[in-house]
Ligand binder design. Structure first.
Ligand SMILES: [Zn+2]
Length: 231
């Protein structure tokens, strides 16, 4: 199921992605619980336009009046018109069924995102273009918190840390460059869209293991390294 984040910041709060079925109830309840009004949400940032991320986009944009920000290449995904090719056609078929079942409505992107663009939300968020999963897939990096919202670069669950399945990736040949981009950015915390616990350090270690970044491997390997050095 989809997942979204509410970055609470008073009257300038922001949503990253919008989730899928059932989530309008939780989003509305969370906004009330935080003492916010729907109008306090000033922007909806989309990592990409897959159905589990854009499922409630039209409803949320109407309910909050927030502007929708996304990479221009994601409009076709949001519209359900992206020309999926090869094995990736399965993604299109699953989305088509989902759109029908959940009575999905598309929405227009109000502001197109570009790589390295600085957004004035949550103390500053930088757009990190990370193509591979989709052409316009973007992460959002908070300099203040040294934290990267990494979208669907990977999913991070206790028993199952994995790359997105091949059927869901539109430009897989661009994946390695996006992993390298994150390695060079070296955020202290990483939060993917699909995860078990909200622990950015843990997800960073898992990302490092998944994509073979030895320096990011985590405490176990560091301990071994120290032991080795004593000898
Ligand atoms: Zn996706």
């Amino acid at each position: 199921m989809g997942c979204c984040f509410l970055l609470a910041d008073g009257d300038a709060s922001v949503l990253i992605d919008t989730g899928m079925v059932g989530e309008p109830f939780f989003i509305a309840r969370l906004i009330r619980k935080l003492g916010l009004t729907p109008q306090a949400i000033k922007a909806i940032l989309l990592t990409h336009g897959h159905l589990d991320h854009a499922g409630n986009l039209a409803w949320l944009a109407e309910w909050t009046g927030a502007k929708i920000y996304a990479h221009p290449d994601e409009q076709a995904h949001v519209d359900g018109t992206f020309p999926y090719q090869g094995i990736n056609r399965w993604c299109g078929r699953l989305e088509a069924a989902g759109r029908f079942l959940f009575r999905y409505r598309p929405a227009r992107i109000d502001a197109f995102l570009a790589d390295n663009q600085e957004l004035p939300f949550w103390g500053g968020l930088r757009v990190i273009h990370l193509p591979g999963h989709t052409r316009g897939h973007c992460g959002f990096y908070s300099v203040k918190h040294n934290l990267l919202f990494s979208g669907d670069m990977f999913a991070s669950y206790f028993f199952n840390v994995h790359k997105p399945p091949a059927i869901l990736n539109s430009v897989p040949e661009q994946f390695p460059a996006s992993v390298e981009r994150i390695r060079r950015l070296a955020p202290r915390l990483i939060v993917p869209n699909h995860f078990d616990v909200l622990d950015g350090e843990l997800h960073r270690r898992r990302f490092g293991r998944l994509y073979c970044l030895p320096d990011w491997a985590g405490p176990t390997k560091q301990k071994k390294h120290l032991t080795h050095r004593r000898w």
